[in-house]
Design a protein around this ligand. Structure first.
Ligand code: ATP
Length: 178
């Protein structure tokens, strides 16, 4: 159980819903050196992740008082990986917003789910399956070596340099004006 009075590092993250998505996020954060408080309502999930994350707690995250008790207010970042249970996803984001968490990331299953999450207080809404599908389409057509879509219509794409640009600087290649 997370201790309310324990000092939480400023780069710590609370990950709610340790399914395939939330679990992968939590484990990656640990590998990157962050402290992670994982919360899931399912006992088996809590067992699976105990020992892998800094703290793992079994709780229903739709209850704001439970989140307060767990010391979630001390975290600057929260990731909500609840997906199929849309009611639980929305209520959890709402509770985090009401607790004043500055950065809330939430997974959405559909566009409408995403719109509701944005209105409810999520600062970043992720569509993991749609994003991965687009990425694979770019990679499978062979034009891109890597493709990561960012928010607001921006993307990072890694592609091979056309031969005519070999040996030139970016300025010499005049990529922007072309
Ligand atoms: P994934 O595809 O990432 O495995 P999913 O989209 O199927 O997940 P869900 O099954 O809805 O999403 O939830 C993911 C996790 O969130 C599950 O481990 C589930 O136990 C947990 N969860 C769902 N509702 C709550 C809740 N109210 N409180 C805490 N955890 C919850």
């Amino acid at each position: 159980m997370a201790n309310k009075s324990r000092a939480v590092r400023s780069d710590s993250v609370v990950v709610i819903g340790l399914g395939r998505f939330g679990g992968a996020v939590a484990e990656s954060l640990i590998r990157l050196g962050h402290e992670v408080l994982g919360i899931d309502g399912n006992y088996e999930k809590v067992q699976e992740f105990s020992g892998l994350l800094t703290h793992v707690v079994q709780a229903d995250t739709t209850n704001i008082e439970t989140l307060r008790e767990l010391g979630v207010t001390e975290f600057k970042r929260a990731v909500v990986g609840i997906g199929h249970n849309m009611e639980a996803s929305v209520l959890t984001v709402l509770a985090l917003e009401e607790l004043g968490i500055p950065e809330i990331w939430a997974k959405a299953m559909t566009k409408n789910h995403g719109r509701i999450l944005e209105r409810t207080g999520a600062h970043h809404v992720i569509f993991p399956e749609a994003a991965m599908g687009e990425r694979v389409a770019h990679l499978a057509t062979g034009r891109m070596i890597d493709f990561i879509e960012l928010e607001d219509g921006y993307a990072i794409a890694k592609t091979r340099t056309p031969e005519k640009f070999h040996g030139q600087t970016i300025a010499q290649a005049e990529l922007r004006s072309r």
